[in-house]
Design a binder for this molecule. Structure first.
Ligand code: FES
Length: 276
């Protein structure tokens, strides 16, 4: 019996790079500008080594959390000294500037975002033109996928997700700590709300992750026998539809939270207080 071979999938033999007539360049170019600006801002702030904590209200920017440098024990902000090291320190003072105070979390968060399915699409298109858009010929002669170094590292995403979940718990602790008043005890200021909103969005991003969805409902043959996992999978699936939005919004919320803490910590502005 003769066998029928599947047709070889290859690009249609046309000279044009694409037949698309819409503005397909907008997405990769805008993404390139946004990501470059964000990375520049985050790099400068993470290595700044100052204006990251407001002792009066216990505001700690997410870019310095958990604060594990000995300098965090005497974090200065708005003319006061406070302790930003809630989880202990293992880095001595006087480390080179390129070792951030949050050296325990930032490398994993970077790995988490770099291997995120949404970000992969975004930076493959905008930084590597691989491809720049659907239906657009890419400049690379061959594509080996994520089966060899370095892109095989993308498969670490599920492990980064676990660590990112733990770091989100730390951020949650920071947000709860920010309900702190000038005279001690309970208090709420604009900084409290900014840090709280940021952590809620971070949870939205972390829980809407594809790996989270798989952990909840993956490898099951029969949902009806696992009602709790089915319920959790359904909830995560709803969030997952908005994963790309969470990915972008949290870039903004992280910058807003950090920038606000920086302004208050440096004494440039005063925190707007609602209670105490
Ligand atoms: S797929 Fe984006 S964080 Fe997991």
């Amino acid at each position: 019996m003769s066998t029928v071979e599947a047709p070889v999938k290859q690009r249609a033999q046309i000279k044009e790079r694409t037949l698309r007539t819409d503005n397909w360049r907008k997405y990769p170019y805008v993404t390139f500008v946004i990501f470059t600006a964000w990375v520049a801002y985050a790099t400068v702030r993470a290595m700044w080594g100052g204006s990251f904590y407001v002792p009066q209200y216990h505001y700690l920017t997410p870019f310095y959390s958990p604060c594990v440098n000995d300098a965090c024990h005497a974090a200065i902000g708005a003319g006061k000294v406070g302790n930003a090291a809630d989880f202990g320190t293992f880095l001595p003072k006087g480390m080179p500037f390129f070792i951030p105070y949050a050296a325990l979390s930032l490398p994993f968060l970077l790995g988490f975002r770099l291997t995120c399915y949404y970000y992969r699409k975004a930076y493959y298109r905008s930084f590597w033109a691989s491809p720049q858009a659907c239906g657009v010929k890419e400049p690379h002669a061959k594509y080996t996928g994520e089966t060899r170094f370095p892109l095989i590292g993308q498969n670490l995403h599920r492990y980064f997700w676990v660590i990112a979940g733990l770091i989100s718990l730390v951020n949650t602790w920071d947000a709860i700590n920010a309900f702190h008043g000038k005279d001690g005890g309970f208090g709420i200021g604009l900084g409290t709300l900014v840090l709280l909103a940021n952590v809620i969005l971070l949870w939205g991003y972390t829980l809407s992750c594809h790996s989270c969805r798989h952990v909840m409902g993956g490898r099951l043959k029969n949902f009806s026998k696992h009602p709790v996992r089915y319920w959790a999978w359904t909830q995560v699936s709803r969030l997952n539809e908005r994963h790309g939005q969470f990915a972008l919004i949290t870039l903004g919320s992280l910058v807003v939270a950090d920038f606000y803490v920086m302004l208050v910590s440096s004494g440039t502005i005063s925190d707007l207080r609602f209670i105490n």
